[in-house]
Design a protein. Structure first.
Length: 300
């Protein structure tokens, strides 16, 4: 059986790509480290590192083992920290990821309520796109996330809907269409668009492109930006039009006019949801709190 000490030794060699530097990092002599790597390979019956007189590269098997070794060390460290927190009367920790738009209105009351109910739980918060969250949740680098639906294909995560509404048009304030009380999606066919890259939010990106196709056009993307706040800023600068969540309108950004899209149901829905890979007691508590605060609603 591979021990945690051996995982750490392999990780050091793989990251330094040099036995001497790895040995210095581990505060040990080089010959015992070299022997330790050979023992790991012998126990596994595989070659992890291609080497002559020095480390050349990791083998494909070595690359896989490195990922799992880091995961094993991470889980061990989390177990140690959880035990220490429990010893201090705390109940554990949750790694929470979230899209930037959730931070404006949805996330703050959820966090306040959760901390009030479960003050002993340590929260580790990180902003990330939906695609980044899906990967982190699947790789056990996060416990739960607030994502934009739908998730990327093949994500294999469980989801709980928090809020649904409709995307609205964002136009430069001096745009010819900005005075309208309502727009058809087709009205934006000839306009340059500011849009996020498909790789960062493939589900919502697909929804927008599909809605445009049903309206008879393909959006001509003049500029890409990752965050909705940045997209709105670029719209204000006159670089194009876009579709954004209504929360962006409630921020009252200067230089931008936000106009609802005609249609019943509206052309493009926007749904925020909780996503997680596997249930656990702390997740159940977080989900229950989020549902109580958000009171899942549908505006579409």
């Amino acid at each position: 059986m591979i021990e945690l000490r051996q995982y750490r030794q392999f990780i050091a060699v793989a990251e330094e790509m040099n036995f001497r530097k790895a040995a210095e990092r581990l505060h040990m002599a080089q010959p015992p480290l070299t022997a330790a790597i050979r023992r790991i390979e012998a126990e596994l019956g595989v070659t992890l590192i291609e080497r002559s007189n020095r480390v050349e590269r990791l083998t494909p098997v070595g690359e896989v083992f490195l990922v799992e070794a880091r995961r094993a060390i991470g889980q061990s460290d989390r177990a140690i920290q959880a035990a220490k927190r429990a010893g201090r009367g705390l109940a554990g920790s949750l790694r929470v990821t979230f899209v930037a738009t959730a931070a404006h209105e949805l996330l703050p009351p959820i966090l306040r309520a959760f901390r009030t109910r479960y003050g002993g739980v340590a929260l580790e918060l990180r902003e990330a796109t939906t695609a980044q969250q899906a990967t982190a949740l699947s790789d056990d680098r996060a416990d739960i996330g607030i994502v934009v639906m739908p998730l990327p294909d093949g994500a294999g995560l469980r989801t709980v809907s928090l809020h649904r509404e409709a995307l609205i048009a964002a136009l430069p304030r001096d745009h010819a269409l900005a005075s309208r009380e309502e727009l058809r999606l087709a009205d934006l066919a000839a306009e340059p668009w500011v849009l996020f890259p498909a790789s960062y939010g493939p589900g919502l990106h697909r929804r927008i492109v599909s809605a445009c196709a049903r309206a008879g056009f393909a959006p001509q993307v003049a500029q890409e930006a990752v965050q909705m706040e940045t997209i709105v800023s670029l719209v204000a600068a006159g670089l194009g039009v876009s579709l954004v969540p209504p929360a962006m309108a409630r921020l009252r950004r200067r230089g931008v006019r936000f106009v609802p899209l005609a249609g019943s149901p509206p052309p493009v829905g926007y749904e925020l949801a909780l996503a997680y890979a596997r249930p656990q007691p702390l997740l159940d508590a977080f989900i229950e709190t989020a549902l109580t605060v958000a009171r899942p609603s549908s505006l579409i």
